[in-house]
Write a protein that binds this ligand. Structure first.
Ligand code: ZN
Ligand code: ZN
Length: 313
């Protein structure tokens, strides 16, 4: 009986403590400051089994997280053991340079991405001219540290070393350049992370509409409550000069589209973690002000800080 109760107690504890999702930003900006570029570690709250969502900055971000008391381990252990793999949204340097530079010290792990991203890594960065081939395909000598996991669009797959399932969707980042988003979920919660993306209207694509339709059931059921979405420029940026990025105005335009699918009321209380702000002049302040001032769907906006953990309830 005692043993039986112990088992029940343990099971309840596991259910109660393992399901919330935590995010540790290693880098939050979309340019300029090379010590703080797009990278977010995501794990279940009670574990240290993280997937890195992009990898613009790794080393400086881990150090900042240690400084802040988010991590209590040495730098190398976090890089090698905590990070179980990388999702790289697209081939731009501000999303992957931290991974390349730290590859000599890293351990064996998968890199998830769409075929376009993997081919950039294979043909442009993990080459003898640019660095060395730390991956498992491409130029010789092949060092076989990272292994490419080419994800099929819209098909769920297991994220190794975690309890998460991932589903990758295509984005447009100055049509026809492709970027991607990943839905990360466990049994009870989900987070949708977007790489760089333009709005459907500007890009003349239907990628975001496709995603809104795909995630509608998960928003309606309450499983998906958090989007990590880029807002690179303020509303003053001319639409001709967006280079495949979003503004507060375009976020609201796209939320309107999502609202058509799920119903406006279901958007209320949705959390958006704002990523990829370009830290130039007063751009950051302007973006924050514009998002908070005109917030017709009552979104809970979070502006992440490097090294500061966010727990999603
Ligand atoms: Zn970027
Ligand atoms: Zn980009």
């Amino acid at each position: 009986m005692k043993k039986y109760l112990l088992t029940i107690g343990f099971t309840i504890a596991t259910i109660a403590f393992s399901q919330n999702i935590q995010i540790v930003p290693l880098g939050v900006y979309g340019g300029s400051n090379e010590s703080n570029l797009s990278s977010y570690l995501i794990a279940e709250e009670s574990t240290n089994n993280y997937l890195a969502l992009d990898a613009g900055t790794i080393y400086s971000g881990i150090n900042k997280a240690i400084e802040n008391g988010t991590f209590n381990e040495d730098q190398n252990k976090i890089l090698r053991d905590y990070i179980k793999g990388y999702f790289i949204s697209h081939g731009h340097l501000d999303h992957l340079s931290g991974m390349i530079i730290n590859s000599p010290e890293d351990s064996n792990k998968p890199i998830y991405g769409i075929s376009e991203t993997i081919s950039v890594l294979k043909n442009k960065y993990f080459t003898n001219d640019a660095w060395a081939n730390f991956a498992n395909e491409g130029e010789s000598p092949i060092l076989n540290k990272y292994y490419y996991k080419n994800a099929e669009i819209g098909t769920p797959f297991t994220i190794e070393g975690t309890n998460f399932t991932g589903t990758i969707y295509e984005l447009s980042h100055v049509n026809p350049l492709k970027s991607s988003a990943i839905l990360v979920e466990n049994d009870s919660n989900a987070v949708l992370y977007f790489g760089d993306t333009g709005a459907d209207r500007i890009e003349e694509t239907k990628n975001l509409t496709t995603i809104w339709k795909a995630i509608t059931p998960k928003i309606k059921s309450g499983k998906l409550k958090t989007l990590m979405l880029e807002v690179s420029f303020s509303n003053s940026q001319p639409e001709k000069l967006l280079f495949g990025h979003l503004t507060p105005k375009l976020i609201n335009e796209e939320l309107g589209e999502l609202g058509k699918q799920v119903g406006k009321n279901k958007l209320k209380g949705l959390t958006i973690i704002v990523t990829h702000i370009k830290p130039k002049g007063d751009n950051e302040e302007k973006i924050k002000e514009e998002l908070l001032k005109y917030n017709p769907y009552k979104i809970n906006y979070i502006f992440p800080k490097q090294g500061e953990k966010i727990v999603l309830k």
